[in-house]
Design a protein around this ligand. Structure first.
Ligand SMILES: *Cc1c(COP(=O)(O)O)cnc(C)c1O
Length: 375
């Protein structure tokens, strides 16, 4: 798995650095109504469903667009017009789901915690017990705003016990953090091709309980974002309703082969965890501090406090790293100034060692004595 040397390493939450074989899989043209593409679509859908143990209960409905398109499609299709959703918010992606429901005119409430605090399953249970009108709960698996790992399993148990339905935005976790729908009951899990699956951007998908999807006809506010119609059409003739991102799907198919070769989701999780450890340890040696304690940190993306040293300027830091071949990400926290460095994609512990070395040399060049933040 080598990459083009001319291209920078993308240490971001996606799109991210992909393997050469994945990019090469995009060199062919596909007829969207041709048997070969129908077979490709069916294979990818089955593999994605299988990856989370959903073969007997769930179906995979892929859709053109970025991840948000399918979050919106899933909420719009599964939550009935008279439903009410409790959205768990501890970052921008939870907030986005509330915004989508607001725009759709569907009743919702939020249960908010700070950006460095996971939602509490007992608080969810209490809210559900006090409000029987709530039909659905929407949660984010890894909240990419901070990189925090939210406790989906206890939340799913709390939701299931009270007979409500859980919709999970697992965009930045799917394929990188193990999830088994046989043990963690979710009505739908949403993800995209260009994060831990290490495909390219342009499609996302929802793994939805078959019975819920079958019962959702007529809910959707939109034709192009109607997952029920997309599913019915695909079950009928194996085809996408509207022009599919053919090369993107071919790349995802190849990326799934590489995931199998790596040893599946558990092995990928172990590599990302190793990446994250090398990165965090290296940053701490340079005086930097992470937002999250290790116990809350998902091995996906690390939020780092901005150094207090007045010689530190983020733009110059970014440009210095870019010149050395590394693309990092600005922060997205509402409170503390920060930046983020991703651990996912076709990147390995030696790449994380290299970025730590680059960070060390860039801050020396800026005249920054330490990465320590303000107290
Ligand atoms: C990336 C991401 C999304 C989707 O973002 P797009 O830019 O629409 O692909 C949604 N939720 C989470 C948690 C994400 O990390």
């Amino acid at each position: 798995m080598t990459r083009q040397r001319s291209a920078p390493l993308l240490l971001t939450p996606g799109p991210l650095t992909t393997a050469v074989a994945t990019r090469q899989a995009m060199l062919a043209d596909w007829g969207s109504r041709d048997e070969a593409f129908i077979t490709l679509t069916a294979r990818v859908r089955a593999r994605l469903t299988e990856m989370v143990g959903g073969r007997d209960s769930h179906v995979c409905v892929p859709l053109q667009g970025s991840g948000t398109f399918v979050v919106e499609a899933t909420l719009g299709t599964l939550v009935p017009r008279d439903g009410k959703t409790l959205v768990l918010v501890n970052g921008a992606y939870g907030r986005r789901m509330a915004n989508i429901l607001e725009r759709l005119g569907r009743r919702h409430e939020t249960l908010e915690t700070a950006e460095d605090t996971p939602p509490d399953a007992e608080a969810v249970a209490a809210r559900l017990a006090s409000d029987p009108a709530i039909t659905h709960v929407a949660a984010v698996h890894c909240e990419t705003t901070s990189g925090i790992l939210n406790p989906i399993a206890p939340i799913a148990a709390a939701v299931a016990v009270q007979g409500r339905r859980l919709i999970v935005d697992s965009m930045s976790a799917f394929g990188g953090i193990p999830l088994d729908l046989r043990r963690v009951p979710c009505e739908a899990v949403v993800a995209s091709s260009n994060k831990c699956l290490e495909g390219v951007p342009g499609l996302a998908f929802s793994i939805v309980r078959r019975d819920a999807l079958a019962a959702s006809a007529g809910n959707a506010h939109s034709i192009s974002l109607d997952l029920h119609d997309q599913w019915r059409a695909m079950e009928g003739n194996g085809q996408w309703r509207f022009t599919p991102p053919t090369q993107v799907l071919a790349a995802l198919d190849q990326a799934l082969v590489l995931l199998d070769e790596e040893g599946g989701v558990a092995a990928r999780h172990a590599r990302y965890a190793a990446n994250c450890r090398v990165l965090v340890n290296g940053l701490r040696r340079l005086g930097f501090e992470t937002l999250l304690p290790d116990a809350l940190q998902a091995p996906i993306i690390v939020t780092v406090h901005m150094p207090a040293d007045p010689a530190f300027r983020f733009d110059a830091f970014y440009d210095g790293l870019r010149a050395l071949g590394f693309v990092i990400y600005p922060g997205k926290l509402t409170k503390a100034p920060s930046f983020r460095i991703g651990c996912i994609g076709a990147v390995f512990p030696k790449d994380m060692e290299a970025v730590v070395a680059a960070i060390g040399s860039v801050i020396v060049g800026l005249g920054v004595a330490s990465g320590a933040p303000a107290r």
